[in-house]
Ligand binder design. Structure first.
Ligand SMILES: *Cc1c(COP(=O)(O)O)cnc(C)c1O
Length: 541
C-alpha cells in the first residue's frame, strides 16, 4: 500500500478514477452534454453555452511550465481555497481524522476541516511569530493529523517557514501529508517547493495574489501523480469557468511576464516603504511584513476602525492573531496614500504612472510607465530595432517603461509598430493625468552627421508632421516607412502636436536622431515645473 492509499478516505478510493476527455476536435458535433446549442447572449459570449474542459489542458500545461513541474503533478483548482477543500475531503473522514495547523494562520484550513467534520490540531508560532519546526513536530507526532497545513509567507503574520524546516517536518511525520500553502511566495526570496512536491509533500499555488487574478479563481495543487488523481475524483465535473480559463491564459502569456515581475517588485518595494513610514507612528506597536501585506499591532483597534471607516478604507482586523492585529494589503500609490493619511502622514510620492493592456487579433500589448522614475526600462516588441528606438525614447525622456508586445511579426512589423505606438502614446497620456504642473512644450536638436529636430506640444490636439527622406527600405527589422507612421500614431494617442524633421546621409542615424530627439522633447514637455497649474491660458489641455 502506498502512502496515499493508506491515508485517503476509503470512500474516495472506491470512486471510479476520473476519466477526463480532452477538448473536442474542431468540427465535432457536440450532442453529448445537454448544452444549449445557441451562443450565450452576451457580447463576449465565445462558447459560453458549452461546458468548459473539466481540467483545461492548455492552462494545466501553462501552470506546470510556470511552476516548473510536470503537468501530471498539477491539478488546476477554483482558487487554492478549493485545493484546500479538495485535500481535506479526500483525506479526512468525518468524526475520525484531523488536520494540523500552526496558528495564527489562514482561517480557511480550520473552516473547511469543520465543514468536513474533521478535527483541528493546533500548534502555535512563538511569541514573536517565528516558526519553530521542533515544536510543530512535537505537537503533531502523537496525534498524526492526515494533513498539516504550513503557510509561507504566513497569512497574516508574514512569517517565513524555511524550506529545510518543511523538509524536516515532512520526513519526521511520514503519516501526514504536509501541505505548503505558497499563496504569497512570489513576494518572498524563496523560490518555493513545487519541484519537490511528491510523496507526503503537496504545494499550493494561486494566481490570485501575485498575478492579479483573484476574480478569476484559479489556483492549483502540486503533488504526486497518485495524489493528483484522487483530487480529480473529488472535483466537481466542470469546476473552472470558461472565462476564467481564458483570462488566466491571457494574463499568463509569456510576453506578459516582464510586467508581472515589475508589479511584484513594485509591491515589495512599496510594502517596505510603507513599513518604514509607519515605523515611526506612536499608535503602532510593531510592524511585520511579508507577502503583499503588512501586519500591524495597534494600540487602539476600535479607534483605528472608526477612523478607517470614516475615510472609507478597509483593512482586516485579526484579533485572534493579536488583540491589536491589523492586516493591511499593499495597494496602488493612491490607496497607500489614503492609508498613510489615516496615520496623519501626507504622501508625496509621484502618482504619474499608468498601465495599459491592448489586445487585438494582431497584437497583444502591455505597457507600464512611470514618468517620475527612470528605471526599469524593459522593452520587447519582437522588432529588435524598434525596441532599441523605444529604449532611446524612454532613456532620453527619463521615464521608466516596461513594454511588451507579441504581434504578427511573421506577417511584417506593421501592426506591431503601429499598435505599440498607439499604446505608448495612450499610456503617456494616462500617466500625465490632468497635466497640472507639466512643461507642455518640448523641442530638441541633437546632431551628428544626421540632425533630428522634434517640436512637441501636449496640447490635447493631435497633429503630426514628418519631414525627411530615407534611402533604404529598412533599418534592422524596422521598415523606414513606419517611422513617420510611429509619430502619427503617437500624436493621435498622446493628443499632441509632433513636428519631426530629419536630415543626413545614414538612415540608421536619421531614424535614431528622430527617436532620441523625440525623447528629449518629451522630457521637457512632461517635466514638472515649480508651478502646479495648467500650462494653458484656456485652463484646459
Ligand atoms: C488568499 C489566500 C489563499 C486563497 O487563494 P485563492 O487562490 O484566491 O483561493 C490561500 N491561502 C492563503 C494563505 C491565502 O492568503
Amino acid at each position: 500500500m502506498t502512502l496515499i492509499t493508506r491515508l485517503a478516505r476509503p470512500a474516495i478510493l472506491a470512486l471510479p478514477p476520473s476519466d477526463i476527455a480532452g477538448p473536442p476536435l474542431p468540427g465535432t458535433v457536440r450532442l453529448d452534454a445537454n448544452e444549449n446549442p445557441y451562443p450565450a447572449l452576451v457580447a463576449t459570449g465565445g462558447d459560453l453555452n458549452r461546458y468548459p474542459e473539466p481540467q483545461p489542458d492548455v492552462l494545466r500545461r501553462r501552470l506546470a511550465d510556470l511552476y516548473a513541474v510536470q503537468p501530471e503533478r498539477l491539478w488546476v483548482t477554483r482558487g487554492s481555497d478549493d485545493a484546500i477543500d479538495l485535500l481535506i475531503r479526500t483525506f479526512c473522514e468525518a468524526g475520525k481524522d484531523s488536520i494540523g495547523i500552526v496558528e495564527p494562520t489562514f482561517s480557511a484550513y480550520a473552516q473547511f476541516a469543520s465543514v468536513q467534520g474533521a478535527g483541528v490540531i493546533r500548534a502555535r508560532l512563538d511569541d514573536q511569530f517565528a516558526f519553530n519546526a521542533d515544536k510543530v513536530i512535537e505537537a503533531m507526532t502523537a496525534q498524526r493529523p492526515k494533513l498539516l497545513f504550513l503557510c509561507t509567507p504566513n497569512n497574516p503574520t508574514g512569517t517565513r517557514v524555511a524550506p529545510e524546516d518543511v523538509r524536516r517536518i515532512a520526513s519526521a511525520l511520514p503519516d501526514t501529508i504536509v501541505v505548503v500553502d505558497e499563496a504569497y511566495i512570489e513576494f518572498s526570496d524563496d523560490p518555493g517547493l513545487a519541484a519537490e512536491a511528491s510523496g507526503n509533500l503537496v504545494v499550493l499555488r494561486t494566481l490570485s495574489k501575485a498575478f492579479g487574478l483573484a476574480g478569476a479563481r484559479i489556483g492549483c495543487a502540486i503533488g504526486s501523480p497518485e495524489l493528483i488523481e484522487l483530487l480529480a475524483r473529488v472535483s466537481p465535473p466542470y469546476p473552472l469557468p470558461g472565462p476564467s480559463i481564458a483570462a488566466a491564459l491571457d494574463a499568463l502569456g509569456p510576453e506578459r511576464m516582464p510586467l508581472h515581475r515589475k508589479r511584484i517588485g513594485d509591491l515589495i518595494a512599496e510594502r517596505e516603504r510603507l513599513a518604514g513610514l509607519l515605523d515611526g507612528v506612536g499608535e503602532i506597536r510593531s510592524i511585520r511584513s511579508g507577502g503583499n501585506f503588512l501586519f500591524l499591532d495597534v494600540v487602539d483597534p476600535q479607534g483605528l476602525a472608526r477612523r478607517l471607516a470614516a475615510a472609507g478604507v478597509r483593512v482586516r482586523f485579526r484579533p485572534n492573531a493579536l488583540p491589536g492585529g491589523v492586516r493591511v494589503s499593499i495597494g496602488t500609490a493612491a490607496e497607500n496614500a489614503a492609508l498613510l493619511a489615516i496615520f496623519g502622514m501626507t504622501n508625496n510620492t509621484s502618482n504619474r504612472r499608468a498601465e495599459l493592456v491592448r489586445d487585438t487579433k494582431e497584437t497583444r500589448i502591455a505597457v507600464a510607465i512611470d514618468l517620475d522614475r527612470d528605471e526599469p526600462r524593459v522593452i520587447d516588441t519582437g522588432v529588435a530595432f524598434f525596441d532599441h528606438m523605444l529604449d532611446q525614447v524612454a532613456a532620453h525622456a527619463g521615464f521608466a517603461l516596461t513594454l511588451t508586445c507579441r504581434g504578427d511579426t511573421d506577417v511584417d512589423a506593421h501592426h506591431t509598430v503601429e499598435d505599440v505606438s498607439i499604446a505608448l502614446g495612450g499610456a503617456v497620456r494616462q500617466a500625465l493625468g490632468d497635466k497640472r504642473g507639466i512643461g507642455r512644450f518640448g523641442f530638441a536638436l541633437p546632431m551628428d552627421e544626421a540632425a533630428g529636430q522634434v517640436l512637441l506640444d501636449l496640447s490635447g490636439r493631435p497633429f503630426a508632421k514628418f519631414e525627411g527622406q530615407f534611402e533604404t527600405p529598412a533599418v534592422g527589422d524596422l521598415p523606414t516607412q513606419m517611422v513617420p507612421h510611429v509619430f502619427r500614431s503617437l500624436a493621435e494617442s498622446l493628443g499632441a502636436a509632433i513636428h519631426v524633421e530629419v536630415s543626413g546621409d545614414n538612415d540608421h542615424h536619421k531614424v535614431e536622431a528622430a527617436f532620441k530627439a523625440f525623447g528629449r522633447a518629451l522630457r521637457q514637455a512632461v517635466a514638472k515645473g515649480s508651478s502646479a497649474g495648467l500650462p494653458s491660458t484656456k485652463g484646459v489641455l
